[in-house]
Design a protein. Sequence first.
Lengths: 491, 491
Amino acid sequence: MGKTLTSRAENYSLWYNELVIKADLAEHSAVKGCMVIKPYGYSIWEKMQAALDKMFKDTGHSNAYFPLFIPKSFFSKEASHVAGFAKECAVVTHYRLKNAPDGSGVIVDEDAKLEEELIVRPTSETIIWNTYRGWIQSYRDLPILVNQWANVVRWEMRTRLFLRTTEFLWQEGHTAHATSDEAIEETEKMLNVYADFAERFMSLPVVRGRKTENERFAGALDTFCIEALMQDGKALQAGTSHFLGQNFAKAFDVKFATKEGKQEYVWASSWGVSTRLMGALIMAHSDDDGLVLPPMLAPIQVVIVPIFKSEEELNAIRKVANEIKSALVSRNISVKLDDRDTHKPGFKFAEYELKGVPVRIAIGPRDLENKTVEVARRDTKEKSLYQITDLEIKIENLLEQIQKNILDKARNFMNVNTYNVDSWDEFKQALSEKGGMIYAHWDGTSETEEKIKNETKATIRCIPLDNPAEDGVCVYSGNPSKQRVLFAIAY
Amino acid sequence: MGKTLTSRAENYSLWYNELVIKADLAEHSAVKGCMVIKPYGYSIWEKMQAALDKMFKDTGHSNAYFPLFIPKSFFSKEASHVAGFAKECAVVTHYRLKNAPDGSGVIVDEDAKLEEELIVRPTSETIIWNTYRGWIQSYRDLPILVNQWANVVRWEMRTRLFLRTTEFLWQEGHTAHATSDEAIEETEKMLNVYADFAERFMSLPVVRGRKTENERFAGALDTFCIEALMQDGKALQAGTSHFLGQNFAKAFDVKFATKEGKQEYVWASSWGVSTRLMGALIMAHSDDDGLVLPPMLAPIQVVIVPIFKSEEELNAIRKVANEIKSALVSRNISVKLDDRDTHKPGFKFAEYELKGVPVRIAIGPRDLENKTVEVARRDTKEKSLYQITDLEIKIENLLEQIQKNILDKARNFMNVNTYNVDSWDEFKQALSEKGGMIYAHWDGTSETEEKIKNETKATIRCIPLDNPAEDGVCVYSGNPSKQRVLFAIAY
């Protein structure tokens, strides 16, 4: 069928690339570094968006839309932001094409050069804070709790579908507050929303933590993140939430009158997740036969495949299959009945395994007689015979069970691949033999962090929030440390 | 309050601009021609999106996502497309900035010049058909029914919020079919979806028709459109649906094997509506006090305003107000209870009128005694006393009635401002005195069309689909004509 995947053990990276293509999730486009998200992949993203959007609105946020383009000069206004961001980006310099004099096609019209170049947004803090200046006069205008769903562009030299692409889709929350405490509370709240989303919808356990100074967002006073573990032992940053202090308010002169009538700079947070979550979802759960999707994000939750030899058998099965489909749909389960007679059941089984459909129901002539169906779970590959009575309730329960099982499995994998190490040798050994998440003492200096990175490629993913204080010595320098931090090799 | 609008009679154009700003729908950004869509405006757009997206999915379409950038050379591949489109657009020429040597900020890194310039998509036919080449081999791969929600950029010199902006948000459907008939059927089906959406959700009656050759989409064999009438007598094109024939399939070499094994070019349609619909919605229904929103697109359908003198009164009213709110919410009505004690009722009334909230419920101390509330309709300004019993059912009915009334009013306005004219004098007189939609005979030539446009600014909005054949003579040339066409001055 040409759909067999390289196994994970053989080549994890190749397995991932093949899976993304063969499961019809995304593909490379004619524009270097930019992907096409195909309908099946996009429908998973839509489910993520819908769940996140509801969580944002339930926590008081509204959506808005800001321009794709940012004047170049805006990037120079926040000193650390420009250092971290404004370099690798798409620059619009002209606004017109014209016919080539030799008739060979179109060329850039040099007469249509912009006075100031426009940057395609790599993130929107600058244009948004420039806008907020007009929205905020008094404490009564605060807080502003705004989110934007948008495309952004960061010119990447080495790209991978979903994980790192030049253009990607994301959401970026940008909030404005009267006090530092409120902004920090918001930053932490949204981190928890992300962690909750990852666990409840993606069945993905995450470590919540704080970035080191080195890894902080350009312009932030503090960056929080959620980190997940992939099956190859590498960590993946799945979302970030930044406390921006008054940096952007100062850069764009956004002040408000306090209740007491004083003028003060506004406090800010920003937070985002992107189509990178698609990569995390795929890499965390899938197997050598294809995608494994948590039912809450599966575009098709149940597929029904008739097993038949004759047109007559198919018609009899189709009748029952449609009844089952209706019963499932009435419980908000998304169902596909694949009654094509152009493909064999085995072909269909492999296709839906590849696409990660959580539950497969097969119905043959004998099932009709016995009032049974064969139910196969994608996550465990178990098959069972189900009585047809109350099937929709049984399937509903099964979907919940699958959702939970995928999370349990991932959590177990993370636990098994998480190590406390106490010496440099142990550190290097754990990393090279097993990968995974390594909790080790660190002396708190950027210098040590850099050296460890250079020697092992491992980075400090975060200073975990749930980690107890614990006296120890840095595995690298031997200097004193108050808390273990999370090291891993990361995507 | 600074929220009073210029009246429509005084200056319709100014009234529109002020309304968009003062009702918090959108504003100009720091980037020339690009707007910021504010949370209140965006929430109306979200309701439009949700309704349209459901209609697209109910008619078998899926969403996908294609790159923001299009290689310049793609625009030269379809001859008429390049003529119509590739001229006024944003051109990306570089992919990196660097620090200015003099420390003055960032400048474009001339070493990071793209080999081939990238165009920010003005529309996506070219990149999508280049992609479809890989998706289509056989008739079994057809039809492809894909839609994309995206931002697009067309460099406009004269912009107006929502109506004409350099960047705008839209959806673009791109479908691929095995036969011409199927592609035409799709083109017409989506035109009807747009007309249906305009009438059912926007309360906006439209004329469905076919564009003349002059006004056709660049690359289309046939362009269909829906045209609406604004209160100033100008027409507004609210959506288009194009039959593209095999033009893009030929330009990008997209062929399929028929059932008989022959290689044939694929047939195409494309169709789109944009944030321009926001402009149509605002201009069609609103009045000198502000927005008038059809309930189905209103972010807040009902606002409850307590009328009180003391904290004690407020508390008593708040209790009842919250009960009413819960009862309404349980029927999926979106409700805001504005119990702020920092603003007077009169201020609040004006604010919600400005923002077009369809129903206002006021509750005072006497209402508590009498178990009544005062209900005010935004569309007619009528106020009535309602018994509180079963209020949620009465309000639900009222919202339906308002939705219908707004449509009826707009339909009536369109009827009153639609004229059949039979001579050139009548034509000019109708146009200059009343504006509106003018049905007149036309000889079918681009030459006459151009002359009429130059002399009167009126264009042929469409050749209406529902217009009966009727022999006549062209109002301009006197040559024979088989059908009246729709003329108007247009946005």
